[in-house]
Design a protein. Structure first.
Length: 84
């Protein structure tokens, strides 16, 4: 069995490892498992590839995970500055 780390998946999806771990805990990213409770996450490469293929095939899926864009980051920064 070939496995990936949360860092591998984070780099592939353009997300942080913290976000990937949160999605693994919630079940939003498929193929993740822990050998021991509270241990490190492992992601089955074949299951992850199948999950990713399903997500790419259905771009209108409301649960699709998207990386934060520079536009949304800029809007977030502007809203924080205007609140001051």
């Amino acid at each position: 069995m070939n496995t990936l780390t949360p860092a591998d998946v984070a780099a592939d999806l353009g997300l942080s490892t913290y976000t990937v771990s949160a999605h693994l805990r919630s079940g939003a990213i498929g193929g993740g498992f822990q050998v021991v409770p509270l241990g490190p996450w492992h992601i089955d490469a074949a299951e992850y590839a199948a999950w990713k293929a399903r997500r790419i095939a259905t771009p209108s899926d409301p649960e699709r995970i998207e990386p934060r864009t520079t536009r949304s980051t800029a809007a977030h920064t502007r809203s924080k500055e205007s609140a001051r």
